[in-house]
Design a protein around this ligand. Sequence first.
Ligand SMILES: [Zn+2]
Length: 166
Amino acid sequence: MTMTLPYQEPLVPREPGERQIPEPPRRGEPGGPPCGICSGKTTKAVWSDDKWTLHPPVGGSLPGAVWLASREHVDSFSDLPEPLAVDFGRVAGRVEKAMLTALDDVARVHLYRWGDGGSHFHVWFVPRPLGMLEATGMMLPLWEDVLPNVPDEELEAAAKRIAAAM
Ligand SMILES: [Zn+2]
């Protein structure tokens, strides 16, 4: 088994649509909706320190997925003040280790930073299930989307186990 799309073939490539320039404002940008993280509209943090907060998702299929946000509202890596940028490696390592310790059957922890929805720095940590080789690499987010969601309580409980191992 190798990296495989979670859809049956044949899939038909489609042409990209018209480009939207300028792009619509994201959450937390001028003209866009308010920042969900700064306004407390997200899930409550299960772990935090003076620089970072760690949150469970809602509507997900992989218990143990979490996202880490900076306390400060900055956009991307290049906007992080240097002490935060330096500290990111330390805290990312702690989250990864806690996930591998607290969760069963995790082969590897994937990190994703997209930033297309909200303008507040946050990075996803997603556990790739042990032995699920079809979900390696870029296929994991697609599998995560296609697999049936688990209850939000289950996602929160897994995130709390990670928090306890931090
Ligand atoms: Zn914000």
